[in-house]
Design a protein. Structure first.
Length: 809
RNA sequence: GCCGCUGUGGUGAAAUUGGUAUACACGCAAGACUUAAAAUCUUGUGCUCUUAAAAAGCGUGUGGGUUCGACCCCCGCCAGCGGCACCA
């Protein structure tokens, strides 16, 4: 009986007409619950299984919470700026605006078909000028607080296509389009000082309820390490080299390093600087070998460069530094394992106590001096540090360098400032104006939004600039400060910019005067549960927390809530039937729409929730899906048999009542913890126990309610047959009857030396009587046989659970 | 390389978080219904030994440890997966 299409059409229409069912109330006496799922990038290929899985997980929870009587905010929107749409637009010669409209329309329809109970009155779209007005406004606040600045930063550059490439477009160091070698090229970019918030972002985690692995991922990404900055004097430089170093703000007379081990300074026998370091570039001017090495480096990614297993490469810079501890002259080398983007772009090398330094020293024949007696953890060969342990030595050395004025205690972070510029069309224009008189000036807030103009061609220009730079009417403007002739910034923002704060806009999506009203944010913040993928646990989540914390410092968001998300849940990946990641090239892509057409939406939803734990990786398996279909068919048939049955065979059947009440209790707890797979297993067991009985109207309604969050169409249809009005999705969640949660008897396992050998059934009120139970155990025939003539050495009783007899054999 | 995760039957998985290992489901086998097939229903199903049953032994990637008792905690190893800043 393939009647699911009919039911889906009927109730889909009904929910559309009764949109108030799923609307969040801004003014309610109920408890609020803000449930957020990551909004999708609306790609042209439509909603994929990963979306369907994630959103179903959120939807089940939202439906469950509504039935529990909470005021649920469960919104949806579109993270619609981005490279794929831009590339598609270039290829098809179409407007990204139009493509986006088509894609979001398709996604919305697919989501409605899958019965996601989103509050569509709050839909947002990051490409909507009334939305990105506030994304631009946030940027201006960052600039005004000194947290956005211009800096030369490398991009991937294809010399043949003459355009900048995203990392994803670089495959094996080659341009994805034409196959030529990609190199690095420095261009001036907007950078946001997220490092300023590094400590706050670590500390703030304490106020959240993220799962441990997410907290750990964030802490590791920020990567705080304590140590010291030390200056080394550079010897025998030509006169021209005392120029200021633009990258590091220090004179090249000195080389500054960060080290976590200042205690090993006496063992520093050479230094290594990054090939991008100012000093390296300076020396390359008159040296072909160095020049060649630097250009080789440009072809490598950071990942390749820092790989420990690879052979170290390097070139001598022809310069020496003075080790401030002992006055020794030590050579300065250039090597790509040192990154310009981390620390100061220079390190002191202590080959005796660092693996990478040791490898490098051995390869290039550099001196190795041991400064630790490893056995006794005592310093050697280090004058005033000799005999100290590591902790004492670090402290003493920091004191010494501070006194001498050559260094200080400091922290270093793995986290780098955030490159905020993209030389692309399809993004938020950065609302800045470059004035020859005043420098960089933000657009005045009344002029926001700076609307993305429509252009003829979306390709980046061949000098690496955004296509916006070709539109004279956009570029030419007046300086907001002095009114003189000036030029607009033509770079756009990264995707993260729009997705940083979208959860705030859902709260007050149509507000024209502020990004969201304080009052409403006070009510709805923080997000109670944020569901998304593992892949966003670091970048998106960190950027978003950073922007929220920045807005908090500005007083834009409520003082009471220093963190945006209370709980973060990351769902697993769904692999193809071949256990491989789904991809078009592998031909293993499952399209939820197609499966739903075949088996019905309820089956697909329930199967996805049943296939495994919500947070683990699982492979799609259509055989197992059939099991869910069978269950739903049996469930439907069972309920239909109950309709119009006024009497109940089970009203006085305690065993059945206990099973029913335990199931309600378990499912309620499991839903709360997103353990949907076991919640569904509970439903299956319940149906197995009840089949064949007439259970009466009230218990029948309970069953329909329990299944409603998972199978909303079938549940609504059955509810209508039972009630003739209303919607099961706002019906009250079943409650348990305490008298049926008490077991009258329990089974106690009996083990000998930890191995189960027998069992004992006993009334619940006797479980605390240890003597009685041990007595009964010793009368058990199997146990008598097992013990034989051996001695019982120890008797352990875990009340209500088990007895373990330790027997000397 | 760095960081993180995972490893349980033929398969997806469960285990009240240190107390009956394999719930629920798939698959498979046998049977019922049917002219037949599909669907549906019933029964069985970790492995070894056994005609069968009973009994016993083995069993949560691997080697050790802690414990009366370990899938769970600790140490080492092996295998697989994910992220690594311009895909989002």
């Amino acid at each position: 009986m393939e009647n699911f299409r009919e039911i889906e059409n009927k109730w889909g229409k009904f929910w559309e007409e009764h949109s108030e069912l799923y609307q969040a109330d801004n003014d309610s006496e109920k408890n609020k619950k803000y449930i957020l799922v990551e909004f999708p990038y609306p790609s042209g290929s439509g909603l994929h299984v990963g979306h369907a899985f994630s959103f179903t997980g959120g939807d089940v929870y939202a439906r469950f919470k509504r039935m529990q009587g909470e005021n649920v905010l469960f919104p949806m929107g579109w993270d619609a700026f981005g490279l794929p749409t831009e590339n598609y637009a270039i290829k098809m010669k179409r407007k990204p605006q139009e493509v986006t409209k088509e894609n979001t329309d398709m996604f919305r329809k697919q989501m409605k078909d899958l019965a996601f109970s989103f509050d569509w009155s709050r839909e947002v779209n990051t490409t909507d000028p009334s939305y990105y007005k506030w994304t631009q406004w946030i940027f201006i606040q960052l600039f005004n607080k000194g947290l956005a600045y211009k800096k030369e930063m490398p991009i991937n550059w294809c010399p043949s296509c003459k355009i900048g490439l995203a990392n994803e477009e670089v495959v094996d160091g080659k341009c994805e389009r034409c196959g030529s070698e990609v190199s690095r090229r420095n261009i001036s970019q907007w950078v946001v000082r997220i490092t300023e918030y590094a400590d706050k972002l670590i500390e703030g985690l304490e106020k959240t309820n993220f799962i441990e692995k997410v907290k750990q991922a964030q802490i590791n990404w920020i990567g705080k390490s304590e140590g010291a900055k030390i200056k080394f004097k550079v010897k025998s430089l030509s006169s021209s080299s005392s120029s200021r170093d633009a990258m590091h703000g220090v004179s090249t007379d000195y080389l500054e390093v960060f080290t976590t081990r200042p205690d090993t300074l006496f063992g520093a026998t050479f230094m290594v600087i990054a090939p991008e370091h100012e000093l390296a570039l300076e020396m390359a001017k008159n040296n072909e070998e160095i020049k060649k090495y630097i250009s080789e480096t440009r072809k490598k990614s950071d990942l390749e460069r820092t790989e420990l297993s690879k052979d170290k490469t390097g070139v001598f810079s022809r310069l020496y530094a003075i080790n401030p501890a002992n006055g020794k002259e030590i050579p300065i080398w250039i090597s790509d394992f040192v990154l310009a983007s981390y620390g100061t772009g220079a390190i002191m090398s202590v080959p005796a106590h660092d693996e990478r330094d040791e490898e490098f020293a051995k390869k290039f024949g550099l001196e190795i001096i041991s400064v630790y007696d490893e056995k006794n953890n005592k310093v050697l060969n280090s004058e005033f540090l000799n005999g100290l342990n590591k902790k004492e030595a670090i402290k003493k050395m920091i004191e010494w360098i501070s006194e001498k004025g050559i260094g200080e205690k400091t922290s270093s972070y793995h986290l780098r400032d955030w490159i905020f510029s993209r030389q692309h069309y399809w993004g938020e224009p950065i609302p800045m104006v470059n004035c020859p008189e005043c420098g960089w000036v933000p657009v005045s807030e009344e002029q926001l939004p700076i609307v993305l103009p429509e252009v003829g061609a979306y390709e980046p220009t061949d000098d690496g600039k955004s296509p916006l730079s070709k539109i004279e009417s956009f570029v030419k403007t007046k300086c907001p400060k002095c009114g003189g002739e000036a030029e607009r910034e033509t770079d756009t923002m990264p995707n993260w910019a729009g997705s940083d704060w979208y959860f705030l806009r859902y709260i007050d999506p149509h507000n024209d005067t502020v990004l969201a009203s304080q009052e409403l944010m006070k009510y709805w913040c923080p997000v109670d549960v944020y569901i998304g993928g593992d892949e966003h646990n670091v970048l998106h989540l960190l950027y978003s927390r950073f922007i929220y914390k920045f807005l908090w410092d500005l007083g834009v968001v409520p003082k009471e809530q220093p963190e945006p998300y209370y709980k973060r849940l990351s769902h697993g990946v769904i692999l193809g039937p071949d256990n491989q990641r789904m991809s078009k090239s592998k031909g293993n892509v499952i399209v939820p729409e197609v499966v739903a057409d075949k088996y019905g939406v309820d089956v697909v939803r329930m199967y996805m929730m049943f296939m495994g734990p919500f947070d683990s990786t699982m492979a799609w398996n259509e055989n197992t899906l059939m099991g869910v279909k069978r269950f739903l068919d049996r469930f439907e048939q069972f309920i239909k048999l109950q309709i119009n049955q006024t009497e109940s065979e089970t009203a006085k059947n305690r065993e059945i009542k206990v099973i029913l009440n335990k199931t309600i209790k378990n499912i309620t707890e499991m839903n709360e913890q997103f353990k949907y797979n076991t919640a569904i297993a509970q439903m299956m067991e319940l149906l197995n126990s009840l089949s064949g009985y007439k259970i009466g109207v009230e218990d029948t309604k309970t069953l329909v309610k329990l299944i409603a969050p998972f199978a909303p169409y079938i549940a609504e249809e059955l509810w209508y047959k039972l009630e003739n009005e209303g919607s099961v999705h706002v019906a009250e969640w079943p409650k348990t009857d305490p008298q049926y949660l008490i077991e009258e008897e329990v089974m106690i396992m009996i083990a000998i030396n930890g191995k189960t050998r027998s069992e004992l059934k006993i009334e619940t009120d006797k479980i605390d009587n240890k003597d009685l139970i041990l007595d009964l155990v010793k009368k058990d025939e199997k146990i008598i046989k097992w013990i034989g003539t051996n001695d019982i050495v120890k008797e352990i009783y875990i009340p209500g659970k088990m007895v373990n007899l330790v027997v000397k054999l």
